[in-house]
Design a protein around this ligand. Structure first.
Ligand code: C2E
Ligand code: MG
Ligand code: MG
Length: 723
């Protein structure tokens, strides 16, 4: 800046020149010299000002920029030419800072440092420290304002960062603990106190040993320290203890903090309480491996356990056994009393099975009413049988649930390691096959797996796949067995019985494929074929001029659908056979689900004039009075009662009772499986109307049957002993 002396000197020279004083030329020369010097000094000072990194802005009292140094140019990106003459407000970042009384602001904050936000030419906003000072004239009145600005964005940002870190530290869900190099706690956050129960005051100055539960030995901690030393960090699970004494699992990460010289100054540990997570994990594990109903292992865990046990058994040359348990009589209980009772029954059954066995034996529930037991270290094969007996005996006493006395039993199949198989999968499959055999006896009991069973199981599979083709390949045929009127001894009906002419095995009896067909649903197609073939045959015999007789067709439970009456109508119409010549044999099991729907269907059939007879009567559960609800014409006394007539007195009594009551209810009675003349005489005395059996004829081909009918074959019982 030019000082007063210079200016006064120049002023005096100027005045002298104006006056035209002597030596004006010399004075003019000096004047130029002085101005030159002044210019040099001025440029020197401007350079100094420009070198100052800070930006210096001069304004008039209204805020219009009068001077703008390089620092300001660097800071804002505007050149002096762009700024000088404009109002300072255009550099403000926030319009709300736009203060109309610019001077007041200055007067308020004058001389004080402020932190302000300004905008660069690029639009970018930055933090600056601003200091304002007033320039006054000789009289002391303000003439201008000088503003000094420095960019403090970095400083502000690092302060912000620190504040942010502090906030994160404080509000983190994870507990944070910082110690000095001597492991004394110097800082903890809120979560620390929440998790551990210790306030900051209680924790500061202590060491993290405060949190130890005593569940880990010294070597555990030694290993943690070793890792921190080597890798600078350790992460893992620790069982800690809260102030209350409760222990809890935490997931901890501990790190060492080093200064520039590489010396450890602090340690910090971040930890979270993973009690909930562990619980969830346990729950997931439980759901994956346990049966929620009985708390027993499920199939997946059973496989794991047995796989493991088998490895051990192999090593120790031990024997083992799998027992496949399938409950008897559970399903009807579940169906009639509801799932809540069914579920509780399963729980109690699981408990009894578990209590009957040793701790090292495995019991699992595979689902539904199937349980499975694995025994290891059994000395002999028979021992598995003994255990099976024990299990059956355990199920013997009735279960009392909601005042219901419930009895269940079981069929148990046993496979033995290593004789039958060496892996869980095989052993389980074979035990299942053995169970299936045990089940077929119809009573509670157990069976060991044998190769014979496997062969039969495989046969079943084969039958199933071949049976699918049997219908299209026309391998099915019907045999007919006469139904004979006892009084006249003459044929009054025929029962159509299906046969399968298997290309490799020859004639297959229905017992070997009807159950498979029922399980797989193929029975529906078979029945349709049988009905069609039988009706066609009946019509053909009538057309041939033979005596009209009733044609009986067996139905299976699966055929008993709402569509049945119409299906029958269609077949009868197609062959022009009157409904009175058709008889349908149904079994008791179909009546078991006696819904209104079933009754309505039977009524529909009966109304058409079709005869309904109840096959295998006496083997099911229906009582005679119960039968009143159904439009049944005929009861067929099951062969098992006829077999021991007249020697077995109780069979005789049963047959007698069935016949007597059936008569009273207005049903006709027919006896099946009559093989001897004695049986026939006896049945006649009981009042049976008809009979069927080898005594008269086995089931025969259509031609053979037609021949008997044409010849009017007869069989009159000899007068038998009096009953
Ligand atoms: P079911 O309806 O009780 O048929 C009577 C069975 O007893 C027939 O066996 C018959 O051959 C046999 N039988 C008849 N008289 C005597 C006798 O004096 N002594 C002995 N020991 N047995 C005699 P089959 O033909 O093997 O049929 C067995 C079962 O297969 C039938 O029992 C029936 O339940 C079923 N079945 C047969 N054909 C069909 C059919 O077309 N559809 C359906 N759903 N089931 C059928
Ligand atoms: Mg029958
Ligand atoms: Mg029968």
């Amino acid at each position: 800046m030019p000082d007063d002396d210079d200016l006064n000197g120049i002023e005096a020279l100027g005045r002298a020149l104006l006056r035209g004083d002597e030596g004006a030329a010399a004075q003019g020369g000096e004047l130029l010299e002085r101005v030159g010097r002044l210019r040099e000094r001025w440029s020197e000072q401007t350079q100094i000002l420009d070198r100052i990194n800070d930006s210096i802005i001069a304004m008039d009292l209204d805020g219009y920029v009068t001077s703008w140094n390089h620092g300001a140019e660097r800071l804002f990106g505007y050149t002096a030419a762009e700024v000088v003459g404009r109002h300072i407000l255009f550099l403000y970042a926030d319009p709300e800072d736009d203060d109309p009384s610019f001077q007041d602001v200055f007067l308020e904050h004058g001389g004080r440092e402020m932190e302000v936000r300004r905008r660069r030419k690029s639009g970018e906003v930055f933090w600056a420290s601003l200091q304002l000072s007033l320039v006054r004239d000789a009289a002391g009145d303000p003439t201008a304002i000088i503003g000094y600005l420095t960019d403090i964005t970095e400083r502000i940002e690092s302060q912000e960062t620190l504040r942010l870190h502090a906030r994160i530290f404080e509000h983190s869900d994870d507990g944070i603990l910082i110690t000095d190099a001597q492991e004394r706690i110097v800082s903890v956050n809120r979560a620390f106190s929440r998790i551990t129960g210790y306030s900051a005051e209680e924790a500061l100055g202590q060491t993290p040993r405060l949190l130890r539960s005593g569940l880990h030995g010294p070597s555990f901690y030694a290993e943690i320290w070793r890792r921190i030393e080597v890798e600078g960090r350790w992460q893992g699970e620790i069982q800690d203890q809260r102030k209350t004494g409760e222990t809890y699992p935490t997931w901890v990460s501990i790190s060492a903090v080093k200064n520039i010289d590489g010396k450890i100054t602090h340690y910090f540990s971040i930890f979270s309480d993973i009690t909930e997570r562990k619980r969830a994990e346990e729950r997931i594990h439980y759901l994956a491996y346990y049966d929620a109903l009985t708390d027993l292992p499920n199939r997946a865990l059973f496989y794991k356990l047995v796989d493991q046990a088998l490895i051990e058994a192999r090593r120790n040359r031990e024997h083992g056994a799998l027992l496949f348990i399938d409950l008897n009589r559970f399903k009807p209980i579940n169906d009639t009393l509801g799932h809540s009772v069914g579920d509780r029954l399963l729980q109690r059954i699981g408990l009894r099975l578990r209590e009957t066995l040793r701790n090292e034996d495995v019991v699992a529930r595979l689902g539904g009413d199937e349980f499975v037991v694995a025994l290891f270290d059994i000395a002999r094969r028979d021992h598995a049988g003994i255990v099976a007996q024990k299990l059956l005996a355990a199920l013997d006493p009735a279960f009392v649930i909601d005042d219901h006395e419930l009895t269940v039993g079981a069929a148990i199949g046993i496979s033995v390691y290593p004789q039958d198989g060496a892996d869980t999968e095989t052993l389980l499959r074979l035990a299942d096959i053995a169970m299936y055999r045990a089940k077929q006896t119809g009573e509670d009991g157990y069976a060991f797996y044998s190769h014979e069973m496997n062969r039969r199981a495989l046969d079943r599979l084969k039958i199933e796949s071949n049976l699918r083709h049997a219908i299209v390949r026309d391998e099915l045929l019907l045999h007919y067995q006469p139904k004979v009127d006892i009084a006249s001894g003459r044929i009054v009906g025929a029962e159509a019985l299906v046969r399968w002419r298997h290309p490799e095995r020859g004639m297959v009896a229905p017992v070997d494929f009807v159950p498979v067909a029922e399980e797989t649903g193929l029975i529906i197609q078979i029945s349709a074929w049988v009905l069609e073939a039988a009706v066609r045959q009946a019509r053909a015999w009538q057309d041939a001029g033979l005596k009209p007789i009733k044609m009986a067709v067996n139905l299976s439970a699966r055929d008993f659908s709402a569509a049945l009456p119409e299906r029958v109508d269609r077949v009868l119409a197609a062959h022009g056979l009157a409904p009175e010549w058709l008889e349908l044999e149904i079994t008791e099991s179909m009546l078991m689900h006696s819904t209104e729907r079933v009754i309505a269907m039977m009524d529909a059939l009966a109304q058409r004039g079709i005869t309904l007879s109840l096959d295998d009567f006496g083997t099911g559960y229906s009582s005679l009075s119960y039968l009143k609800r159904f439009p049944i014409d005929t009861l067929k006394i099951d062969r098992s009662f006829v077999l021991n007539i007249p020697t077995d007195t109780s069979d005789c009594a049963i047959a007698g009772a069935i016949a007597g009551m059936a008569k009273q209810l207005g049903h006709k009675v027919i006896a099946e499986g009559v093989e001897t003349a004695e049986q026939l005489s006896f049945l006649k005395c009981l009042g049976c109307d008809e009979f069927q059996g080898y005594l008269f004829s086995p089931p025969v081909t259509a031609d053979a049957f037609a021949a008997m009918l044409a010849a009017d074959k007869r069989l009159v019982p000899e007068p038998g002993p009096l009953v």
